[in-house]
Design a protein. Structure first.
Lengths: 455, 455
């Protein structure tokens, strides 16, 4: 098996290729193709430099699994790379076609096939917000979502995400139980449909679409509480951080989001300027309405001040608080100062938050602290998406190294390589599955290090 | 203020007392009064000896808060002790009238006043199972329950309980958010109704009815998943215990009950004799049906064998698995061998379960290991209700001391004193509230050490 290279066809070749796809929808307009070759990797100056010129040759927009199979077969026949795309809201270049070829845009496959208590079956192009719109009629919602909830697709989230809003309760997407089943189309000479259930889903979970084209997913659902949105300010950052830890550990209080921002980050939140005093340290929260009364007691115990509160009903309109959390925090900061970038850090379990405090004090204004509390194997931990005043790649690397040397885990967001981000190691299961279903290495080539480095 | 003693009235006095209560229902039949003076303290040979002769003088069964107030006023006027009673399913003599007087049986005040998403308002005599019957129509259920779920009342559970089935998700009753509000009637010369909300509920939460008569409660609800019931066997006890810890920490798997029993305990479970091989080590579990597929993968990873599985639909009839867990485990063991008793132990956070293993190996068959995993301040811990082969009080004390010396926390179930059980220390808040609302010390006298020992 040989490494795939870009096919370097001229337009006539691509005309033939498109014609072979028959009635399957394609896009050839260079502007459209360029646009659908992008995601939000621009938060990283490193990735900006590496990915700016990467572009696909043609966008294919299948309407159903049969069209996916036909597209896959044609790609295999011509050894054309195929890169699957959801809404392109990722931040690590997950769906950037490094070697051109087909962009498989799953947006048209957006059916919600069924909803049962605690589970749903959906097509990969279904938007998270659209899934919830249907499941909430039965009292359920998706367990977790990125801050791009309104635009992201479920297939893109499973393929390229790891957790988000809701992870304070349900942990991360990789945890057993957070993905029930997937159907994938293979890139073999005669593409097959394989259904993966149970632990077998891990073969393609968070694999950037490198080892199978997901055409259907069964996902678990959580109870759809009425989520109130709140902002609470605190006298200093460490008090805010400790409040977040305590709220995370408060088993009797139901929450969906615990985001803690150190000053001056909240200064970037234009929408909240009227409620947030300058240089506030604050928590952005989603709390079940039925828990607000005991929640207010916790706030009082930590000397917090509730400066903003919206009922679930009010929150369904206008500014959504979650669009100021996770990587939307970075987005708002960068919209004011595009020179800013960010880091992703997981701190070890320690309710005293000593290492977190050390980093906060050590870097000061260069690495502005932004925490998202999540559950990791049953423990509530602060994950940080620090906003970094970027100077150059070497200094960024120094900052990363300092964190790692002190015992913090960095999920580097400045790489498009699957294993160099949060994973840190080769996943033999995912590699073996790719060897089986993508023998020519056509799926999202250049992303899975294990494949590129294999003997 | 003087300590209360039994009033030592003759029957004529009690006739007058009953007459003063007018149309409020009373019971005077000695057999009935004796029966309603008991709870399930008999699991403890120590309490058996101490409480066997304790009996009330009259049972009063109020139909509403107004009748509670009238009863309270009459008791204050005559300095008659009043001991509140739910269904009498407690195990520590919580509702045994140490100094006679009135047994206030709350069974008739059983209304469910309202049910909203995530919360309900109920009267104290409402049975847990009856509350759920109404809340489940809206998709909700009470967050946690004792194994006496079918008979216990919510007032008795809040007054005398601490947690149970559901504590693996929501922690314990004392945790902020697990009790929203209570109304209490005071024992002052002119009894008042006080509403306690927020942290103020802790003044009467788990106070054995020593400092106010609860007449209404607002409680939080959790989502009513369809709970499958399962029994899983394991090759050895420590594997079963570690499976329980891992399941508890598995954020993606929704569970309500993780009970682990070492051999030979399951031999006492007559109802499961056909499915449980002799001398099994097993887990009794309630798992959301929607999670059963990934759950089965976890079982496989720990070499478990699912020997029993009932859907939620099937589980609504016949044997209920939860009636073999928590203190029902002890009940079944004692129904075979009445010489057995039990302990209550909380092990410190340690995913390796070293101290648990040490105790298991040290005591062997004398202290048979029975674990209930619960959340404590955000951590999943094994609480043990070990079944003890009882020899004498000194040996029991030795066993307790050994546990405490090694760092395990014992919530002694062989005492009827509030502070000598799980609490271990005087609660100044509850004492202050008693001084305010029960100046004559008439409520459940002899149970609150802080009151008895006050200067």
């Amino acid at each position: 098996m040989t490494a795939v290279a870009s096919v370097n066809w001229d337009q006539t070749h691509w005309d033939d290729f498109a014609a072979s796809l028959g009635e399957i929808e394609t896009l050839r307009d260079p502007g459209q193709v360029a646009k659908l070759s992008k995601d939000y990797y621009g938060y990283s100056p490193i990735l900006q430099a590496q990915l700016a010129d990467k572009v696909g040759d043609i966008v294919v927009r299948p309407a159903n699994e049969a069209e996916v199979i036909r597209t896959a077969a044609l790609c295999v026949q011509h050894r054309v790379p195929l890169t699957v795309r959801g809404a392109g809201t990722g931040n690590y270049g997950q769906c950037i076609p490094l070697q051109g070829g087909v962009i498989l845009d799953m947006a048209r496959m957006q059916a919600v096939k069924w909803v049962r208590p605690g589970a749903a079956c959906v097509e990969p192009g279904a938007k998270l917000v659209a899934i919830d719109r249907q499941t909430r009629e039965q009292g359920w919602e998706i367990r977790m979502a990125p801050s791009t909830y309104r635009t992201a697709t479920i297939g893109g989230f499973i393929g390229g995400g790891s957790g988000g809003i809701g992870s304070i309760t349900y942990g991360q997407l990789r945890d057993r139980g957070n993905l029930h089943a997937v159907r994938v189309v293979t890139m073999e000479d005669e593409p097959r449909v394989i259904e993966l259930r149970g632990d077998a889903v891990q073969q393609v979970n968070h694999a950037y679409g490198t080892n199978g084209i997901i055409t259907e997913l069964e996902i678990p659902l959580g109870p759809a509480y009425a989520w109130a949105e709140l902002i609470v300010t605190f006298p200093d950052f460490m008090t805010a951080a400790r409040f977040g830890q305590t709220l995370g550990d408060a088993d009797g209080l139901i929450k969906k989001l615990i985001c803690i921002c150190a000053a001056p980050i909240p200064n970037y939140f234009a929408a909240f300027r009227s409620v947030l005093p300058p240089d506030s340290h604050c928590a952005l929260l989603m709390i079940a309405e039925s828990c607000l009364e005991p929640f207010a007691e916790l706030v009082k115990a930590w000397n917090g001040t509730i400066v903003y509160q919206k009922s679930a009903q009010e929150a369904s309109k206008g500014t959504a608080i979650y669009e100021y959390t996770w990587n939307h925090t970075t987005l708002h900061a960068r919209s004011v100062d595009p020179s800013l970038t960010y880091l992703q850090t997981l701190f070890p379990p320690d309710r005293e938050l000593k290492l977190l405090q050390q980093m906060y004090e050590h870097f000061g204004d260069e690495v502005m602290m932004h925490l998202e509390y999540i559950r990791v194997n049953g423990s509530v931990l602060p994950a940080a998406l620090q906003i970094v005043r970027y100077s150059n790649p070497e200094r960024l690397q120094e900052i990363i190294k300092y964190h790692e040397d002190q015992g913090a885990f960095i999920a580097n967001p400045h790489t498009y390589i699957l294993e160099d981000g949060g994973r840190k190691e080769i996943d033999p299961v995912q590699l073996a599955f790719k060897q089986q279903v993508d023998p020519y290495g056509l799926l999202n080539p250049g992303k899975m290090k294990a494949w590129e480095m294999r003997i």
